[in-house]
Design a protein around this ligand. Sequence first.
Ligand SMILES: Nc1ncnc2c1ncn2[C@@H]1O[C@H](COP(=O)(O)OP(=O)(O)O)[C@@H](O)[C@H]1O
Ligand SMILES: [Mg+2]
Length: 402
Amino acid sequence: MSSGFMRDAKEDRVLRAKRRIGRTIKSRWRLDELIGLGVTAAVYSATHRIGTRVAVKMLDPDPSLDGAEIKTRFLREAYLANLVEHPGAVRVIDDEVDEQGSVFLVMELLDGETLADRIDRNARALTTEEILIVVDRVLDVLAAAHDKHIVHQDVEPGNIFFTRRGGVRLLDFGFARHRPVTDNPKLATGRFVSTPPRLDSTFGTPAYLAPEQARRSWSDVDARTDLWAVGAIMFRLLTGRVVHPAETTTAQLAATRTRRPPRTAALDPAVPICVATVVDKALAFNKHDRWSDARSMQRAIRDAYRTLTSREAGRFSETTLSLFHDGPPSSGVPGAPDQDIQPVAPELPERSHITPTRGGRHRIRFGALAAPLGRVAIFAALVLAVCVLVTLAHAIWKHPPF
Ligand SMILES: Nc1ncnc2c1ncn2[C@@H]1O[C@H](COP(=O)(O)OP(=O)(O)O)[C@@H](O)[C@H]1O
Ligand SMILES: [Mg+2]
């Protein structure tokens, strides 16, 4: 496919998606703004007739799929996202079909931007510590999904969302697979079990596909496939380039299928070794050499974080990680659920905030000095108390009251 053709197709999609703005669908949701155009869908901010602000995700019509298949796919996405039951996964509130026959999902509206947006602005936008914190959050959602036998299969920067209030969300369970180990016939019939995604323009972002996905060996896809993608995202953020750079998708998939990823430290020796080893293990060509599960990778991430921060800050402090900006939520409509995830990594110190910048964007600010300042304050108070006591004792000794 020529790049000109692809550009035209993309422009077409944008035009088609923009034409819907201002429409009220099913007499209930007014589509206000186009806020995202993913691989398969257009996402709008919308207002329900009673005033609730939501996100509406409309699947692009795909001529190769019939209406029933599209609907099944969307229902599966909604069902799986809700099944994860983790505050870092986006809640789907409803599914519907509009007057033109387009299937759509109604979701909680998030306010912020994706990791892909941030990389577009600056490929090395996050510090190593920030990368570890974001990955810790993503792994927490993945661990919850994997516990429910759900493999996301499309973990990529466009599906990682930073909310204005500092939360990190994992979006888009549109390609997720569910392998229920259950006697529940509703789950076991395969109704919600995904068909293998097709490796064409409608499937994910090739740079973050694991070797078994690039080989289309669907029976090999499991939780470690998602961990490969997390490793590929870390690799991108740490080194500034993707694991297998290539001119075309075909060449990139061929490289992923056949070549071992380069060592992180070989590309950027400045990456701390404790971090590089976590990434290299996640990106192991053979999935048996990867982290066995999301929790073990998360533990390694936290160990690396501790190693880094104790090196810099001298001592590790046992406070709660918070990525939250302390300002009010920007979406103040009652019932508009822009609730950010609560801190879930009690071992990590509070060091970061996401702060808004002009134009609605935001950036992560690190290096909270609260803990060291607190220690200095306690020390100063102790010294002061000792001085007062000594002065008092001296005065009493010189002028005894009796
Ligand atoms: N709930 C939401 N709130 C705000 N923006 C969203 C929401 N869901 C998706 N988006 C935006 O829309 C884009 C596409 O959504 P996504 O679910 O990833 O669709 P696709 O399956 O087409 O990739 C995302 O990258 C993000 O920018
Ligand atoms: Mg997406």
